[in-house]
Design a protein around this ligand. Structure first.
Ligand code: ATP
Length: 450
């Protein structure tokens, strides 16, 4: 059986990954059957009703026949008990894909099988890139005969079904989607809401010993730890990386308050799966969606109140028009690159879109504008010529020389072409760090924040 869960936490406490870790441990202890490594999917990062990182979880359990209902009751009981249901915005949802439904999906003739798979795949992908209604989740749950459980307005069913769908697709083809890992350590209950004790020096050592197989544990440029949340939730810290061995190596090196438990998750974090390309956007941009867009810088960057840096971007080809791009103050040193842009630079921007503005996560400087036009210099006296009137060229008053066009001068730029990113302290969970791109090879001119 595959179980997907979402929307159990609030800003004041809990975390759906913690509930998942508790359940996985309990199900293992009770020996209902093998429980898989759980999975944590990050869904659309722009969804207004998210608590923090818009995460949802799923896992698979191979249950001995006859115990399915017992397992479901246990899951429902833990969700009822641990969810922050008193919070207005917490609306838990659980989706159960029974073995019979799974078998039917995997057994059917290939057309039917592919159709079910395609529906789940589309649902997961839409939940990461688009905005859905609860009715979309109800419709697919009923069509594919899945069992489900929800509390209050049950909005969590959207994320729960998306997380379960990710699992099913990866089960059929384990490398269909790019994935990474996160090892989460959880706090003892008595400490929830108090300041976390994590020995800073040990974290820097752990990072040094495992980077780049782990990433975003620290933010080197900003000299800050990046592994621990600042909320009162049960998470002590999370170590992100591409290898489980490296996660455990780092974990063993970190000295901190005792963890109640830890759990490794397979995750879509660090994959950029939320980004919609220009071709996929089909000519229109929508609020609460994230894009990769090409264009030309259309205004000199300026720093506005709050330290945010903005510039206008004139979009190219399929999507026409002008949008604003913004590097928010928390992106720190990334803003220095944005300040160095000039009108005429050809760039590709990556980020989420709302009210005509892209919130920058990455930027590729494809072609820097190195030309400056200035009034021509007189060949005789070496002085700058003056305009002879609108559209009438340039003249040197003294020598009476004439030139029809401005002169083009090549200037040095203080920035190189290539791909730039926000630092770890400002990175979205789902955004792909450039160090991952670098390790994959193939792209030149990367400027990882480290
Ligand atoms: P945490 O990361 O701490 O677990 P969260 O940020 O994941 O919290 P949730 O409490 O899970 O936030 O709230 C997100 C809500 O948005 C859930 O009910 C989920 O089902 C729903 N949701 C997620 N993605 C979409 C989407 N694309 N369209 C509509 N609803 C969505």
């Amino acid at each position: 059986m595959i179980i997907g869960i979402d929307d159990t936490d609030s800003r004041a406490g809990m975390c759906t990954t913690y509930l998942c870790a508790v359940l996985v441990d309990e199900l293992n202890q009770r020996e209902y059957g093998d429980v898989s490594t759980p999975c944590l999917v990050r869904l659309n990062p722009c969804i207004p009703f998210k608590t923090r990182g818009n995460g949802a979880v799923s896992f698979e359990i191979r249950i001995a026949t006859g115990k399915e209902e017992e397992v479901k009751e246990l899951v429902k009981a833990r969700v009822r008990e641990l969810s922050e249901v008193h919070d207005e915005d917490t609306n838990p949802g659980v989706v159960f894909i029974d073995d019979s439904a799974l078998r039917a999906m995997f057994r059917g003739d290939s057309d039917e099988k592919n159709e079910c798979m395609l529906k789940l795949k589309t649902f997961y992908e839409t939940t990461v890139r688009d905005v859905l209604a609860i009715e979309d989740a109800y419709a697919l749950i009923s069509e594919l005969h899945f069992d489900s459980f929800g509390l209050k307005n049950e909005r969590g069913l959207i994320g729960a079904l998306a997380a379960a769908s990710f699992w099913v697709v990866q089960k059929r083809e384990p490398t269909f989607y790019d994935f990474t890992y996160e090892l989460m350590a959880y706090r003892e209950k008595e400490r929830w809401g108090t300041a976390r004790f994590i020995d800073e020096a040990s974290v820097w050592k752990a990072d040094e010993a495992t980077y780049p197989f782990t990433w975003d544990t620290v933010d080197l440029g900003n000299k800050k730890l990046a592994l621990a949340p600042h909320s009162p939730c049960p998470v002590l810290f999370g170590i992100r990386g591409g290898s489980v061995d490296a996660l455990y190596k780092a974990y063993k090196l970190i000295q901190a308050e005792p963890a109640e438990r830890e759990m490794v998750f397979v995750t879509n974090q660090g994959t950029d799966f939320h980004l919609i390309t220009r071709e996929e956007a089909e000519g229109t941009l929508h609020d609460y969606h994230s894009y990769i867009l090409e264009g030309v810088v259309d205004s000199e960057p300026r720093t506005i109140e709050g330290g945010h840096v903005v510039f206008a971007l004139s979009l190219s080809e399929q999507i026409l028009g002008c949008i604003e791009c913004i590097a928010y103050e928390p992106t720190k040193g990334f803003r220095d690159y944005i300040r160095k842009l000039r009108v005429g630079d050809e760039v590709t921007v990556y980020g989420s879109f709302k009210k005509g503005t892209i919130n920058l996560e990455k930027i590729a400087l494809r072609k820097l504008n190195v030309e400056v036009k200035r009034n021509p210099i007189c060949d005789k006296c070496g002085k700058s010529m003056e305009s002879a009137g609108r559209g009438q060229g340039y003249r040197c008053k003294r020598c009476k020389t004439y030139r029809s066009e401005k002169e083009v001068q090549i200037v040095d730029r203080e920035i190189e072409e290539g791909l730039y990113e926000v630092p770890p302290v400002a990175r979205r969970h789902i955004a792909k760090p450039l160090i991952r791109v670098q390790m994959e090879g193939g792209i030149n001119h990367l400027h990882p924040s480290r």
